[in-house]
Design a protein around this ligand. Sequence first.
Ligand code: ADP
Ligand code: MG
Length: 251
Amino acid sequence: MALLSLSNIHKTFEKGTVNENHVLRGLDLDIEQGDFISVIGGNGAGKSTLANAIMGNSTYTVDSGSIIFDGKDITEDAVNDRAKAGIFMSFQNPISIPGITVENFIRTAKSTITGKNVRALSFKKELKEKMDELSFDVSYAQRYVNEGFSGGERKKNEILQMSILNPKLAILDETDSGLDVDAVRIVSEGVNRFHNEDNAVLIITHHNQILQKLKPDFVHVLINGKIVKTGDASLVREIEEKGYDAYKALA
Ligand code: ADP
Ligand code: MG
């Protein structure tokens, strides 16, 4: 049984208005435990919509279709219940949260998700270990979440949350956007360290930089709100050469 199974997902924004935008159009996607997969597609293809729909973020809940996660129908579940069930999403543009430190934010999230008290001392130790792995200076633990963080620091902060919350499924939306080569390397190493046979990683991206560092088992091409082609990592190179246009006929 798949860890995540999306069937016939539809999502329309501004439904019923002249601006109606049918973004996800009968999308099917299965992710197995242990999978490391990528969804690629051009700007506006619906990649972030897909990620947010799986996470259940407000305004992105689907219009129809079903989302089964870990054997349970979560189509109607709230975002916090999906997080508790083991889904994590790293945002394309992480927001800042003035007044809340990185340490408090992640500790609270961990205790909410696990339903257990997280002891301050052992948490501090774990946080420091994970920050060291990401070459993320430990002083950032006491800074407000993403306040004044560079693009690279924001992404490191996302990877830090992921590694501590230890989800069953991690969805990373454009994790490489705006990162320099060193940050791409550090973030990629963090993702590779996280991935194992018991979890799954979905990398969403429109370009190739991170897929040279991370080697997904499968690549799915998203065009016009559907997965139109699935292949191995070589598909990325093929698309670089031909562009997405060559696949539009399949949509
Ligand atoms: P991608 O991540 O592949 O670049 P998005 O999923 O962000 O694409 O966007 C796909 C389409 O959905 C775009 O036309 C975009 O304007 C629309 N869209 C995305 N989010 C919203 C939203 N919150 N409200 C209205 N339209 C949205
Ligand atoms: Mg996007």
